[in-house]
Design a protein around this ligand. Structure first.
Ligand SMILES: [Zn+2]
Length: 80
């Protein structure tokens, strides 16, 4: 499963390649958020600004999309 080196988060990550729909939604937020289970499976995508193609690709290859920690904003992530 992915894990943030900075804060240890292993459940929620965002994609910096998908811009946020509104600048008021938060500094580390993104138009596409991924939630992972404790076992490392991608269980849910919260899409507010991604295209259908981006969502499909993110499901198939999440390691290419989710590059930022949802909690602290760090891009120092470890993927298995
Ligand atoms: Zn973090």
């Amino acid at each position: 499963m992915p894990r943030c080196v900075n804060c240890g988060n292993n459940e929620a990550f965002v994609s910096s390649s998908v811009p946020v729909a509104s600048p008021t939604t938060g500094r580390y937020f993104s138009g596409l958020v991924a939630n992972f289970s404790g076992e490392g499976n991608l269980i849910n995508l919260e899409n507010t600004n991604a295209s259908w193609d981006q969502v499909q690709s993110a499901w198939q290859r999440p390691e290419y999309y989710f590059d930022r920690c949802y909690h602290c904003g760090s891009q120092r992530l470890i993927w298995p």
